[in-house]
Design a protein around this ligand. Structure first.
Ligand code: AMP
Ligand code: TRP
Length: 339
């Protein structure tokens, strides 16, 4: 029984969205809507796995992530936009997956090691089982395709292992699909503007390391102008970017924005100084991000509108989740309490 294609992805409402979230994830979602059914989640349960998060911040960030989805072109009439906490079945299936996934599997997760840092004893238990909840997000709907940035690849492999083990253990071949990661475009791993070897991230202490979707145009231009580069001009081939992490990153960002390959971009700018390239890159960024920012501001002005979209999306998600969770309960042998 082949599974019907369904796209699922999500972002944590833990801070302001940046260019990495946009180019690695959201931007790739837009096009998928035309051909596939899609669900885009604001993963507020996942947001609790890090350091203590101010409830007011979580509240605003949840609406802001939803606003970013819509402002970027996710159509709430077509795709389901919702926040995870409003569909209790995510947490219920995650518990079952806590009992399917092996401790040895979780111990291999590099994101846990990165996020927990040196003092692993102090990490939340939630951070440890984070990938099981992520597997539940996707498998609860039997979603088949998961568009994410490069950093999520390992979590997707674990998700497939969980699906496979559940199917095998319970003798229900093909009950869960084995979801495919969709890691698309030339900017699947956008790097920090301050350090070409570190990922652009919400948690980097330096604000100039990332471009925010909420940055005004002049701030974007300034951050790009100040972005670290080496003193050499642009090379005339992609091979010439080897060992030049910062240069490579800026070219990848440009290529993702213009819809070209890195090869086309370096061919055009061969021998040019970075000062000139950065001017063009800043302009391109502003032309893509300024309209998104304007629309985000407009949407955030009307929180009840976003609340309604999330409420409607959650209702649609709950309706889809219920029969799958019931099947899982039956498969594992829970007695249904009914009179
Ligand atoms: P997060 O901010 O960790 O919730 O990530 C949300 C989505 O953005 C995931 O699909 C990530 O893979 C993607 N993402 C986060 N940071 C980057 C980055 N620096 N480059 C590319 N994709 C990213
Ligand atoms: N772990 C993802 C991240 O940090 C966020 C996420 C949670 C997700 N659940 C998901 C992504 C389900 C795709 C599908 O980027």
């Amino acid at each position: 029984m082949p599974h019907k294609p369904l796209v699922f992805s999500g972002i944590q409402p833990t801070g302001n969205l940046h260019l990495g979230n946009y180019l690695g994830a959201i931007r790739n979602w837009i096009g998928l809507q035309a051909q596939h059914e899609c669900m885009f989640c604001v993963v507020d349960l996942h947001a609790l796995t890090g350091d203590f998060l101010d409830p007011a911040l979580l509240n605003t960030a949840t609406r802001r992530v939803a606003a970013a989805y819509i402002a970027s072109g996710i159509d709430p009439a077509k795709s389901i936009i919702f926040n995870q906490s409003q569909v209790p079945a995510h947490a219920e299936l995650a518990w079952i997956f806590n009992c399917v996934a092996r401790v040895g599997w979780l111990n291999r997760m590099t994101q846990f090691k990165d996020k927990a840092g040196k003092d692993r004893e102090r990490a939340s238990a939630g951070l440890y089982v984070y990938p099981n909840l992520m597997a539940a997000d996707v498998l609860l709907y039997k979603a088949t395709h998961v568009p994410v940035g490069e950093d999520q690849k390992q979590h997707l492999e674990l998700m497939r292992d969980i699906a496979q083990k559940f199917n095998n253990d319970y003798g229900v071949p093909e009950f869960f699909p084995l979801p495919e990661p969709l890691i698309m475009g030339p900017a699947t791993r956008v790097m920090s503007l301050r350090d070409g070897t570190a990922k652009m991230s919400k948690s980097d202490p330096s604000e100039t390391s990332r471009i925010l979707l909420s940055d005004p145009p002049e701030r974007i231009v300034e951050k790009i102008r100040k972005a670290r580069t080496d003193p050499a001009p642009l090379p005339d081939s992609v091979e010439g970017l080897a060992g030049r992490a910062e240069a490579d990153n800026l070219v990848a960002i440009y290529a993702a924005l213009s819809g070209e390959t890195k090869a086309t971009v370096v061919a055009r700018y061969a021998g040019a100084l970075f000062s000139r390239f950065k001017e063009d890159l800043g302009e391109r960024l502003v032309s893509v991000l300024a309209p998104i920012r304007a629309e985000m501001l407009r949407l955030e002005d009307d929180p009840s509108h976003i609340n309604r979209i999330l409420a409607e999306g959650s209702a649609r998600a709950r309706a889809r989740a219920a029969p799958v969770l019931q099947d899982v309960f039956d498969i594992v042998g829970f007695v249904k309490a009914e009179r």
